[in-house]
Design a protein around this ligand. Sequence first.
Ligand SMILES: Cc1ncc(C[n+]2csc(CCOP(=O)(O)OP(=O)(O)O)c2C)c(N)n1
Ligand SMILES: [Mg+2]
Length: 333
Amino acid sequence: MTEPRRLVAPDGTSDVDPADLGLKDEDLTELLRLLILVRKADLEATALQRQGELAVYPPLVGQEAAQVGSAFALEHDDYIFPSYRELGAAVVRGIDLVEYLHFYRATWHGGTYDANQHRFGHVSVPVGSQALHAVGYALGERMDGKSSCTLVYFGDGATSEGDVQEAWNFAAVFKTPVVFFVQNNQWAISVPLAKQTAAPIHEKAAAYGFPGVLVDGNDVLAVYQATREAAERARTDGTPTLIDASRYQPREEVEKWKEVDPLERYRRWLASRELGGDTLARRFEDEAMKEMARIRKGVIGSGPRPVGEMFEWVFADLPEHLRRQRDEAVGDG
Ligand SMILES: Cc1ncc(C[n+]2csc(CCOP(=O)(O)OP(=O)(O)O)c2C)c(N)n1
Ligand SMILES: [Mg+2]
């Protein structure tokens, strides 16, 4: 079995030189800030869901490094196509989480943030469908003479979907600059990975004709490196890459959690470089808590969108039957 690429051991030891990754000291501390912020935001969103303020929320705890490391590795012009579990990548893209969480509060389709401004598509729930969007968008950008790439997130379960396999094949044949990023958390709701696929996910790339990389999804620097390389390949000549960011530990081993916790691992490594002492981590935690209070207030305080909006953005000229329905729904107000 292939060992996943790993740069920092679970105990935080490593012989990696961040300069080789193109990372400066301020990038390294920014990664810690993002990991802490994402951890807090995810817990806050989970609490809001439990309290009935969000209709649904799929947690990402344990996947912070996979999301932060990959999103941080992209250039601003690269377009991200998320599934429903990428709050962490949204944070990296600077999206206001109140606007992001509107999707989960069912205020509005896909959240109210500007997808094009952030180069971060709307939440996609039909499993795997966004892989096709990412390939199509990448092809369009290429035809427009742009040199950016797209990155699409999906889960291990999504690799069983025809959409994803079609996306892989199309991307390989037509050389569309895409990074396929599998957040392999070993489960598709109640279905374990072994019931999903008989072969390791990253090996499937070979059959389609592009590189597949297995990376330790709990190691933010390894994820960063693998994604940067993949994005570079995509931008250079359109070669897609399949990244399988795998959780290393079975979920049942909860007591092992601390050992593999991506945030703790990175914090330990940073501390060993005398860059991220406890004071820095505490400062980021305090800042994150303030931001959480703002998000909570924003989410709870938001009312419904105007009913009339339901009828906008599909037809330039509203057909007669929809015009009637709109007038009926909107009434006098
Ligand atoms: C096309 C489609 N089929 C079924 C579902 C119901 N569903 C929602 S999440 C999920 C599991 C997906 O697992 P995976 O791709 O591993 O992603 P994860 O949720 O683990 O991040 C399923 C089957 C759906 N949303 N879309
Ligand atoms: Mg999964």
